[in-house]
Ligand binder design. Structure first.
Ligand SMILES: Cc1cc2nc3c(=O)[nH]c(=O)nc-3n(C[C@H](O)[C@H](O)[C@H](O)COP(=O)(O)OP(=O)(O)OC[C@H]3O[C@@H](n4cnc5c(N)ncnc54)[C@H](O)[C@@H]3O)c2cc1C
Length: 430
């Protein structure tokens, strides 16, 4: 890991930090702060994993952890994006902030900007897995995260045709040319079905990737929260942060909607798609837009053992022990809008031809949640214009894969430790 000390704006190490947001990113930050000897209080307006960290696909897959703005997204065209069955959906009535996001997003879909972002992701991916591994050992403060991280052996991608497969194969070639690592091989329809018999006749080509991992997101995040509490953190649910006051050398104060006040030396805002609301007054201008995704679970007759990806349909499937989570969609709408059943149906119709032995009417755990998306596809990690107010978020599609690495960077930044050189690309004030 390459390091530089200049990226930190913290003056001296804080003794007590409040982390707002008990998702993957906030809890990872709390965990790494504890590694640095800092006392932590975590507050969440609902509770553990109340946001995107619950219903996601749980992939920790360096081969696929890539920037969201990419040239291919634009090729969907504006018309396709406005159809409720399209995997990327933009409502007709876009508000000012959404328009600002979309214009910025489109600007970052050029091949040159995509390549630059790919190179940054290659660096992030190189450190992402080791940041996870530490959680499982308990680090120096002990009390490891008990829920396992599973090796995807292998991680499969399925396609309706050899022609469809080209999109992923080209993308993997770009990963390699950007400095990333991917170990993969091509499969026929019969070969991929022999590895995963639940796949149906609709799958006529495949890719088998090695070196990828996955978690059961609700179980893992609950286990991370338990670990953080065992390590001495206070976790306060029902604390809706509405204000953050900075008192300079006298620290900070977070204020709840019901008027409770919590003092600390510093605060980390890890409130997912709601990050902008609190961070804006500290100079964070980047819009964090909700990219809403949907998921549900089914119980196939033959349970897959590993994740399966359908890149063309943009559907992600992950085994959660006794059931299969099926996830997809990217809907740019406000995060609190109700679940739209048309999107669930669109995922079902996209996935149905690819499987056999699944009762798609027996769906459980239907869910919608918001990926915290930035227009340039890069997270927001580090100090704001106050050295006592840090942000950790904006990971879009990849806050699970990059949560622990982010937590480590934020903890290091706050406690005056050296940061990796790539941290400068994630500067929240960019
Ligand atoms: C369908 C889908 C599939 C995905 N698959 C993957 C995947 O396979 N791999 C991957 O890496 N990523 C995946 N993601 C993305 C990933 O889920 C997110 O990037 C990640 O969960 C974001 O974590 P977070 O902690 O930043 O935010 P969240 O998990 O949203 O947590 C934010 C927390 O802040 C709290 N909060 C908000 N505002 C306040 C406030 N004012 N005061 C107090 N608390 C507040 C919320 O209650 C919430 O608990 C997927 C997302 C979706 C939707």
């Amino acid at each position: 890991m390459s390091t530089s000390t200049g990226a930190s704006r913290a003056s001296k190490s804080p003794e007590h930090v409040v982390v707002a947001g008990a998702g993957m990113v906030g809890l990872s930050t709390a965990w790494y702060l504890q590694e640095r000897g800092v006392r932590v209080t975590i507050v969440d307006r609902t509770g553990v994993a109340a946001g995107a960290s619950w219903g996601n696909a749980g992939w920790i897959s360096p081969a696929l952890t890539l920037p969201l703005p990419e040239p291919a997204v634009l090729s969907y065209g504006v018309r396709a994006m406005m159809s409720p069955s399209s995997p990327v959906y933009v409502p007709l009535a876009a508000d000012r902030r959404l328009l600002q996001f979309l214009v910025g997003f489109a600007r970052h879909c050029t091949p040159a900007r995509w390549r630059a972002a790919m190179a940054i992701f290659a660096e992030l991916n190189r450190d992402a897995l080791s940041a996870y591994d530490v959680l499982g050992t308990g680090g120096t403060a002990g009390h490891e995260v008990r829920e396992p991280i599973r090796d995807a052996d292998p991680f499969l991608a399925g396609f309706a045709s050899v022609e469809d497969r080209k999109v992923l194969v080209d993308e993997l070639a770009h990963v390699v040319s950007s400095g990333g690592e991917v170990d993969y091989e091509l499969l026929t329809g019969d070969e991929i079905r022999s590895l995963e018999p639940t796949l149906g006749a609709g799958v006529r080509a495949g890719v088998r990737m090695l070196g990828q991992r996955f978690i059961n997101p609700p179980a893992y995040v609950a286990s991370l929260a338990e670990s953080v509490v065992r390590r001495g953190a206070e976790l306060v649910s029902g604390f809706d942060v509405v204000d953050v006051n900075d008192f300079g050398a006298n620290g900070v104060e977070v204020v709840s909607a019901t008027g409770e006040r919590l003092r600390a030396d510093a605060v980390v805002l890890a409130t997912g798609t709601w990050l902008g609301e609190l961070a804006r007054s500290y100079g964070v201008k980047r819009v964090v837009q909700a990219g809403r995704g949907y998921s549900f679970t089914v119980v196939p007759e033959q349970m897959p053992k590993n994740p399966i990806y359908f890149p063309v349909q943009r559907v992600a499937c992950t085994p959660l022990g006794d059931r299969l989570r099926v996830a997809g969609m990217m809907e740019f709408r406000r995060p609190d809008a109700p679940l739209d059943p048309r999107r669930i149906n669109a995922i079902v119709e996209a996935a149905r031809p690819m499987f056999t032995g699944v009762d798609w009417t027996a769906r459980q755990e239907e869910w919608v949640g918001s990926r915290p998306c930035t227009a340039d596809g890069l997270p927001l990690v580090g100090a704001t214009r106050s050295p006592r107010v840090h942000v950790a978020g904006g990971h879009g599609m990849w806050g699970i894969a990059l949560g622990p690495l982010t937590g480590r960077m934020v903890a290091d930044g706050l406690t005056g430790h050296a940061l990796p050189t790539y941290a400068r690309h994630l500067d929240p004030l960019r």
